[in-house]
Design a protein around this ligand. Structure first.
Ligand SMILES: Cc1cc2nc3c(=O)[nH]c(=O)nc-3n(C[C@H](O)[C@H](O)[C@H](O)COP(=O)(O)OP(=O)(O)OC[C@H]3O[C@@H](n4cnc5c(N)ncnc54)[C@H](O)[C@@H]3O)c2cc1C
Ligand code: FES
Length: 276
């Protein structure tokens, strides 16, 4: 078996989230793979546009919804541009699932606080839907989501759906200057809005994903709210190539992000070598 041979998948749907961010819904061409394929929230894959190469995205759809996978990506360079040129019915490659996952079993019975910025909502969305599809296993669900502007908010239909649920508390915010006259959410940076939301840290876990600056500024706020480092989970996006611990592209000291991660607690991040 060639570990680099991808599954062939057909693009079933294309959803434009923002001007430069797109979601692809992919279906396995092999029925037997469609039935048997399984993964855990937080895992990622290598997606290929044939002739252009592979790139790494999280699996943005939850494992509770079977038969398809979704990825959401921002145009960055060669492969993401090639993926953007594809249409429903076209074929892409997928290798995975790779990496570790969010420990949802250990989170059962706890309150969950999801904090995301921009396209960082993609991996968090996978966990959110996993939790909402098994809603009675978890305590309160609070979501704090921010983007640079109203136009930069991803998954707008799902944000609307979550805002209408009485078992979810959703705080949406845009950076100052990013609001429109119709905007009814918050205006301000994610850490400020998180402080205002003030979720209880007692028996709670936080799942955090976004640009490095947002993570850096949000960690002190979580600590101020009483979250311990081992109750804060995040997911790293170091550059990768093989995704399976062979090429040495993604490592931080002795830690291979593709195999030991991409999900880490704040306590694990604090123990990484200074190069991180
Ligand atoms: C575990 C993991 C999960 C990811 N999930 C997503 C996701 O869900 N959605 C998404 O849009 N992106 C995600 N990324 C980032 C994504 O892999 C890169 O944006 C993508 O590979 C760029 O490919 P490209 O060929 O289009 O760009 P390239 O031509 O390879 O690069 C274009 C530019 O982007 C920079 N770049 C490429 N990869 C990275 C990276 N990992 N970190 C910082 N800068 C980078 C390059 O240095 C270059 O300046 C994830 C990365 C990892 C490791
Ligand atoms: S991406 Fe190759 S070792 Fe991690």
């Amino acid at each position: 078996m060639n570990v680099y041979e991808p599954y062939l998948m057909t693009i079933d749907d294309v959803i434009d989230e923002t001007a430069d961010t797109r979601t692809l819904r992919l279906k396995f061409q092999d029925e037997s793979v469609a039935e048997s394929f399984d993964f855990r929230a937080g895992q990622f894959g290598e997606y290929s546009a044939f002739g252009a190469g592979e790139c790494t995205f999280c699996i943005a759809s939850p494992p509770t919804r079977r038969g398809y996978l979704e990825c959401t990506f921002k145009s960055a360079g060669k492969v993401t541009s090639a993926l953007r040129d594809l249409n429903p019915g076209d074929t892409v490659g997928f290798r995975g699932p790779y990496g570790n996952h969010f420990p949802l079993n250990e989170m059962e019975g706890k309150d969950l606080v999801f904090i995301a910025g921009g396209i960082g909502l993609a991996p968090v969305r996978c966990v959110i839907w996993n939790v909402l599809d098994q809603r009675d296993k978890y305590g309160k669900v609070t979501i704090v989501y921010g983007a640079r502007s109203v136009g930069d908010l991803c998954y707008k239909r799902e944000l609307q759906e979550w805002s209408e649920r009485d078992d979810v508390t959703l705080w949406q915010t845009v950076d100052p200057g990013g609001e429109t006259p119709e905007w009814k959410g918050e205006v301000g940076f994610v850490p400020t809005v998180l402080e205002k939301a003030a979720p209880s840290a007692e028996t709670a876990c936080a799942v955090l994903c976004g640009p490095p600056i947002m993570i850096k500024l949000t960690l002190p706020t979580l600590k101020k709210l009483g979250f311990e480092d081992d109750a804060i989970y995040t997911t790293l996006e170091n550059r990768m190539k093989c995704g399976i611990g062979k090429c040495g592209r993604c490592n931080i000291g002795h830690v291979y992000v593709c195999v030991d991660g991409p999900v880490f607690t704040a306590a694990q991040l604090a123990a990484l070598p200074p190069e991180y």
